[in-house]
Design a protein around this ligand. Structure first.
Ligand SMILES: [Zn+2]
Length: 194
């Protein structure tokens, strides 16, 4: 049912925000981690649609293995998210996961150093956006600002990789190329979904 996961996440966020539960510091066993990654091999990322690959033992960075399977927390751990369970984690490509992380960090740094420095309603809106159930729904326009920024972070990472790690100013042509790549992966995702 649409909204269930969001409700669960929002409740957990409230409990965490008001100090009734503490941060999930659990560390998954190596076997559990590798099992989760294996399950995501060949699955399409639910955010961008690119087919993900499990790279055993590889060290994924913001410049390498963009299609690698990662743990995608629906609700970031820093605002109460949990490490296990289908309502809390999903397979997410390395690229989208990092773009989400950058989006969240930028939001925090706009106001201070910690999630609690972000105004409560702004943070709540981010939580709902992050869980993602309503992003493509009739109320999706409410999240367009976050979605735009997410896409910008994603494009910036692609461009950085293409330029060999330089965070230089990029020519418009490169931005267009990145957009084309992103559109192509979205198209593949849509074709895969039908
Ligand atoms: Zn993705």
């Amino acid at each position: 049912m649409r909204g269930w996961r969001t409700l669960l996440g929002v409740v957990r966020f409230f409990l965490f925000y008001f100090g009734l539960i503490s941060k999930d510091d659990s560390v998954l066993e190596k076997d559990e981690r590798s099992e989760f990654h294996k399950e995501g091999d060949g699955v399409c990322c639910s955010k961008c649609g690119q087919k993900m690959t499990h790279y055993p033992g590889a060290k994924m960075t913001h410049l390498t293995y963009h299609d690698g399977v990662t743990f995608g927390h629906f609700l970031p751990k820093a605002v109460g998210g949990k490490n296990v369970g289908k309502n809390w984690v999903q397979h997410e490509c390395n690229l989208c996961n990092r773009a989400h992380g950058n989006l969240f960090l930028k939001l925090i740094h706009k106001y201070g150093q910690y999630p609690k420095d972000v105004p409560f309603l702004t943070l709540l809106k981010f939580v709902i956006y992050s869980i993602g159930e309503f992003n493509n729904s009739i109320i999706g326009f409410w999240f367009m600002d976050y979605e735009d920024r997410f896409q910008q972070h994603r494009e910036a990472l692609i461009l950085e990789k293409m330029s060999g790690g330089k965070k230089a100013k990029f020519k418009q042509k490169r931005i267009e190329t990145a957009r084309m790549l992103i559109d192509a992966s979205r198209k593949r995702a849509l074709e895969g979904a039908t």
